[in-house]
Design a protein around this ligand. Structure first.
Ligand SMILES: Nc1ncnc2c1ncn2[C@@H]1O[C@H](COP(=O)(O)OP(=O)(O)O)[C@@H](O)[C@H]1O
Ligand SMILES: N[C@@H](CCOP(=O)(O)O)C(=O)O
Length: 307
C-alpha cells in the first residue's frame, strides 16, 4: 500500500443549538477552513496559518489541529509522523461558528487519510466528539447538513434533520470574541421542570419548522430557556439586533453556538434586508459586525489527496 503524502481537508463552519437544541443539534454552513497536511521525511511539525485572524492562531504544538492529529495517532497507539500543516482560515475564531470544530475535524480527517484510513467515519466522529466535549458542531462539520446527535451509554445516534430549501441562515458576526468556555460558565447546572418542558416542546416544533418552513412554527420554535437567556448578557446589542431582524421579516433570531454571532433564519425574499438591518443595529450600538447570508452546507468535510 502506498501511503498518501499530502492531503487537503476542507471543513465547514457550523451553527450549534439553533435555539432550543442546546448541545444536540447543529447545521453546517457555507463558510470554510482549509487544512493541508504534508508528510515530512524527518524533522519537527511545522504549522503556518493564513487568512482571517491568522495571527491569533498558535503555530506551536499546542495548535488544536495538531492536537487532533496527535490524538488520532495516540488512539492507534502510534507515534505521529513529522508533518507540515498549512491552515487557511475563513471561519472567525471564538465567534460561535465552530472554528474549534473545524480544527478538530480537519486534524482527525487529515491524519486518518495520511495513515491510509484505518478508522471509519464513525470512529473519527467519536474521537471528534470526545475532543470537543459536545457533538453539535463536530458532527455537522464532518457530515454536512443539519444533524441531531443523541447518545446512549455506548453509542452516538446521528440523525439528519430535513431542512426546507427556502430557509437561509443570515449571520451577523461582531468584532469581539466570546470563548465557548466562558459562555458555558454562565449557564446554570440545574433547570426547572417548566424550563425543561418549554425546551422539549420548542425543540419538537423546531424540527417540524425546519422541515416545513412553516413560519408560525419557526417563529415560536427558536425560543429557548436553557442557554440564551443567560448568554444574552454577554452580547451587547442582542435585543436591538433581534428587533432589527424580526422587523425585516426574519422567522426568528438565535445565538449561534455559544455566541457572540447572532443568526437569523430567513428566506431569499428577506435575507438581504435582514442582513443589512442586523449590521446597522449593531453599528448603532457601537459594534462593527460582518453580516453574511449563507446556505446550508450539505457535504461536510471534504478532501483532496495529492499522491
Ligand atoms: N483553524 C484553527 N487552527 C487552530 N486552532 C483553532 C482554529 N480555529 C479555532 N481554533 C482554536 O479554537 C479556539 C476557539 O474555540 P471556541 O472558543 O470553542 O470558539 P468557536 O465558537 O469558534 O469554536 C481558538 O481560540 C483556537 O484555540
Ligand atoms: N452547544 C455548545 C456549542 C458551542 O458552539 P461554538 O461554535 O460556540 O463552539 C454551546 O452552546 O456551548
Amino acid at each position: 500500500m502506498s501511503l498518501v503524502s499530502c492531503v487537503t481537508v476542507t471543513v465547514p463552519a457550523t451553527t450549534a443549538n439553533l435555539g432550543p437544541g442546546f448541545d444536540c443539534i447543529g447545521a453546517a454552513l457555507t463558510l470554510y477552513n482549509e487544512f493541508k497536511f504534508t508528510r515530512l521525511d524527518k524533522g519537527e511539525v511545522t504549522i503556518s496559518v493564513t487568512g482571517a485572524e491568522a495571527e491569533k492562531v498558535q503555530t506551536d504544538e499546542s495548535n488544536l489541529v495538531y492536537q487532533a492529529f496527535v490524538t488520532f495517532y495516540q488512539h492507534l497507539q502510534q507515534t505521529p509522523p513529522p508533518v507540515k500543516i498549512e491552515i487557511g482560515m475563513d471561519v472567525p475564531l471564538a465567534r460561535g461558528l465552530g472554528s474549534s470544530a473545524t480544527a478538530i475535524v480537519g486534524g482527525l480527517v487529515g491524519a486518518n487519510l495520511l495513515a491510509g484510513e484505518p478508522l471509519s467515519q464513525s470512529q473519527v466522529m467519536e474521537l471528534a466528539i470526545a475532543m470537543e466535549g459536545h457533538p453539535d458542531n463536530v458532527v455537522p462539520a464532518l457530515l454536512g447538513g443539519c444533524r441531531l446527535a443523541a447518545t446512549t451509554d455506548t453509542v452516538w445516534e446521528i440523525c439528519e434533520i430535513p431542512w426546507h430549501n427556502h430557509l437561509l441562515p443570515v449571520v451577523a458576526i461582531p468584532d469581539f470574541e466570546l470563548s465557548t468556555k466562558q459562555a458555558r460558565q454562565v449557564l446554570p447546572t440545574q433547570v426547572s421542570r417548566a424550563d425543561a418542558i418549554f425546551n422539549t416542546a420548542h425543540f419538537g416544533l423546531l424540527l417540524r419548522g425546519l422541515e416545513t418552513a412553516n413560519s408560525n412554527w419557526l417563529k415560536a420554535a427558536l425560543q429557548d430557556k436553557l442557554h440564551q437567556p443567560y448568554r444574552k448578557a454577554l452580547i451587547p446589542g442582542y435585543d436591538a439586533v433581534n428587533s432589527a431582524a424580526l422587523s425585516k421579516g426574519a422567522y426568528g433570531m438565535v445565538i449561534s453556538g455559544a455566541g457572540p454571532t447572532l443568526l437569523a433564519l430567513t428566506d431569499e425574499l428577506h435575507s438581504q434586508a435582514v442582513a443589512t438591518a442586523m449590521g446597522a443595529a449593531w453599528k448603532l450600538e457601537g459594534i462593527t459586525a460582518i453580516v453574511r447570508s449563507l446556505c446550508l452546507d450539505t457535504q461536510g468535510a471534504s478532501s483532496t489527496i495529492q499522491a
